[in-house]
Ligand binder design. Sequence first.
Ligand code: NAD
Length: 518
Amino acid sequence: TRSTRFASTYKFSFPDSHAKIANPVDTPAFLNNEFVPSKASKWIELYDPATNELVTRVPQSTQEELTAAVDSAAEAFKTFGKTTAISRQQIIFNLTRLVRENMDKLASLIVIEQGKTFADAKGDVLRGLQVAEAACGAPQDLTGTVLEVSKGMETRMYREPLGVVAAICPFNFPAMIPLWSIPIALATGNCLILKPSERDPGAAMFIAELARQAGAPAGTINIVHGQHETVDFILDEPRIKAISFVGSDKAGKYIYERGTANGKRVQANLGAKNHCVLVPDANRNHAVSSVVGAAFGAAGQRCMALSVLVTVGQTKEWVNDIVDAAKKLKVSGGFEKDADLGPVISKQSKQRIIDIINQSEKEGATIALDGRQYTAEGYPNGNFVGPTVLTGVKPGMRCYDEEIFGPVLVVVDVDTVEEATDFINANPYGNGTAIFTQSGAIAYQFQRDIEAGQVGINVPIPVPLPMFSFTGNKKSFLGDANFYGKSGTYFLTQYKTVTSLWRSEDAKQVESAVNMPT
Ligand code: NAD
């Protein structure tokens, strides 16, 4: 009797255009490996950002549904927590194959709900898939240690799962960020409650279905929906032991404080303001095209977008090349083959971006390229903002002080690389940064002195592959164990040590060796 678009694998609809959906169906929860229609009384309407036509309604999951998710995960953990790392590895192997085979389908769900271009949506899936691929090697990081501590006596240290854990995700990478948690939870033997962004849950729902097909037992991955009420439930539910959050500063600080006050582990990846330094000896074409891609790609809605350009000396003239290249970018519906970037997520987001540009102009910035009036042909109602470049920018202006999260590049001029380094270090955020130079000595000095967690040298968006971790720092991260890689495995496991004695004849002697000295 379930009439949702997720009722079975075969009923998922994967659009390939922005045509109005005739009969939008409601998004269900995913509980115990089944799609369950919600009994919610509150619904969040989700619109295609390119057209503002309704795509689906996302429930504010009821307290009963939220409790059912935790019951399901807690029950599943009784057996899943005792499975071997090797058997869990097989599930992740299967999941990687299924995600790869279904990449286009996942991408289509992302385009219709989130707005990014189809090519960029596939990149979103791929970067998540790489986390799953690296997680196939997690048993290596789960190995314990053992030491003979006395004759006949040894201590073994195990890494054990925590139990029920949760992930709270942002809107901007609807596949990648759920995939920062799902494979790691499976690899470590935890059971996960995932709350996708209420603005684009479709990809996470389909990944949950793929995890089921991959062999994830019922209850190991559950998906609930909603906004603050769901987050508060997760924060206060004692059976949830850890929370992985990615999103804005405001929500993250709240989640970190309330989650840790309730005794949970919390890792929180937050907002950013990433600076890029142009040194005069850089390869000009490479630098310019890298900055254009990293500032405007995904409509600037990446936490690693290069949103501040710091020009050293004569490179301020290169801004003209950037403006020329940015003018040529086509902003359109994400399914359009020639679209370089799509709309921003919502009307409110578009209005906020325009307000920031307006205010910064009043505060003295110069608009070198103005995307405020951009119209995308064939999409009169979409949330489109054209690439925008603001020059003469200074701290204290709203466009510098806030994360804009739109296709807006702000430009600051300095005279030396040292000045650029000091300027960047004075910014509270530390997600990422990049420098373009052909000088090894300048690059080396920069990488040593710069206070940012992910540094690119002639690389615009330096997120490392997931055999490393995502290492934003300063105000861009709260917690102490980063997402995925070794840190991700450690975040979701706790130690157990076992000290044993298997020698009877001289047990007395051993005993005295481990007694507290008197
Ligand atoms: P958001 O904080 O609005 O939402 C993230 C999640 O938190 C959502 O699931 C949402 O439902 C929930 N939420 C929102 N406000 C809340 C509140 N007041 N209380 C409780 N829960 C709340 O973030 P977003 O707009 O979806 O995502 C964009 C932000 O995420 C940007 O700041 C971006 O830099 C950041 N981000 C950071 C990284 C990173 O790795 N550092 C990666 C992606 C996105």
